[in-house]
Design a protein around this ligand. Structure first.
Ligand code: ZN
Ligand code: ZN
Length: 124
C-alpha cells in the first residue's frame, strides 16, 4: 500500500468520524429527555414487603405519569406492584446489613435501619 493511498484512507476515516460526531452533536435535541441510564437510577423499596424497584430518572417520570404516585407532605410515594398499596419510598443501602432499607417512612420522616436503631438505644 502506497503512502498516498494510506493517507487517503485515513482522511476518509477521519472525515467519517467528524461527520458522525457532528451528527450526534446537533441531533442532541433541545427538548428535555430525562436520562434512562444507570447513572440516573434510584432505588425504591416497599415498606410492606421490601419489594425493590430500581428506577431511572425516566422511569420515575413514567411512574408519576401512570398515577402510581401519591404526593405526601414532603415526598412521593409510589404504588407497589406486589401489594398494590402506596408503600414504595426511596431506599438507602445499609452496608452492615448488606441490604436496602427504606430511607423514610410513608410520611417522609427519616428512618434509621431498625437493627442499628435498636443497637443505639440498647447500647450505652
Ligand atoms: Zn409492596
Ligand atoms: Zn442496618
Amino acid at each position: 500500500m502506497s503512502p498516498a493511498v494510506k493517507n487517503g484512507i485515513l482522511l476518509v476515516v477521519l472525515l467519517g468520524v467528524v461527520i458522525t460526531a457532528g451528527y450526534f452533536f446537533t441531533k442532541g435535541s433541545p427538548d428535555e429527555t430525562l436520562p434512562d441510564d444507570d447513572a440516573s437510577a434510584t432505588t425504591w423499596i416497599c415498606v410492606n414487603d421490601s419489594h425493590i424497584e430500581k428506577l431511572t430518572a425516566k422511569g420515575v417520570e413514567e411512574w408519576m405519569k401512570t398515577k402510581m404516585e401519591r404526593s405526601g407532605r414532603r415526598m412521593m410515594v409510589f404504588m407497589c406492584p406486589e401489594c398494590n398499596e402506596y408503600s414504595i419510598v426511596r431506599a438507602q443501602w445499609c452496608e452492615e446489613d448488606d441490604k436496602f432499607i427504606p430511607k423514610t417512612d410513608l410520611e417522609g420522616n427519616s428512618l434509621l435501619c431498625p437493627s442499628h436503631e435498636a443497637a443505639m438505644q440498647g447500647g450505652g
